[in-house]
Design a protein around this ligand. Sequence first.
Ligand code: MRU
Length: 382
Amino acid sequence: MNFLKSEGIKEPEEADILKTWYWTEKALYLLDQRKLPLVEKYVRCETVQQVRKAIKDMVVRGAPAIGICGAIGWVLGLKQFLKDLKKADLSKRKLEVFFNRMANLLVSARPTAVNLSWAVERMKKRAYEILKSFPERISKVDLEEINKFLEKEALRIWEEDLKANLKIAEYGKKILPEGGILTHCNTGALATGGYGTALGVIRKAYEEKRKIGIFVDETRPFLQGARLTAWELFKLKIPFTLITDNSAGFLMKKGVIQAVIVGADRIVKNGDTANKIGTYSLAVLANFHKIPFFVVAPSSSFDLSLEKGEEIPIEKRNPKEVLTCFKSKIAPLKSRACNLAFDVTPAELITAFITEKGILYPPYEKSIEKILALENNNRNES
Ligand code: MRU
């Protein structure tokens, strides 16, 4: 992406190999993550409803990625609203009602990853900021201009995430030990602005010839590890070993795994972290076997409005996702199934957080506050 070059940041050479989405000003094209690795097909979204559906159905998934798509969905929503508007102008009040409806629509698509509400709130805030300098009634022509600024804001969110990923990889490679590294779910280009968080650290360490063996959890039931992480590593020609989720403990006991590294959907004030279901079990296992457990995330994944993990909303998905695999039944369809999409790992099981601002160690109340509250204040003041 050219914004990297303009800022002197080295563009990952493989950026185009992992072309997970693109934006044409008219539509957002998303590589359909439900179909990978068997089929590489893009889904075209040109309305906010289509973006919401793509997020809800997991055509696109991963906390930072759904945040970026939510921001672009906002731009598409306003575009459609203006197209349908019969009058030449409208009141700010009517616009506010529309903005709130659009924000609720997008945020309700998936409740756990804070990046989605963070990005949508940022778009709403930016919209209100711009509107301040306009009179009570705003013309359609002005609103079309305003939407161009909002489009820039959405692309800035994307750009910032990619830059954060590259910084995270630099910090992360320094603390990742050599040996067997286990990762869960998918935290690569598919899940982010383009390079990856936990998988970005692994990728960087491999590229810099660190002696690591990569182990990928298959991550039932959506198989983000088996289908998506494996697809990305295969495309990048990085060797890996796929394991079933229930192999992790025994591999740790045998001394095959030296560290676990995962992403995050929401990290709260005390460091408790929501991530893909199965993360908590890995953290407990790592703790028992005295293996470091790293959580990798950009600052947009931190939610300082919540005190502890119990407050994080956990998404429950359709039991059918557990009862079927690639649309084939693997249990009688009338069986009861529990499909919690995320779990919460208590802060005390986390060795360190790797962020674009640096590495955070316990006590997390303090280290998180120090790095992120400061940054949020600066953001609010600017
Ligand atoms: O349900 P998913 O696939 O959206 O869950 C994704 C995860 O749990 C990731 O680990 C997290 O979003 C971080 S992605 C950089």
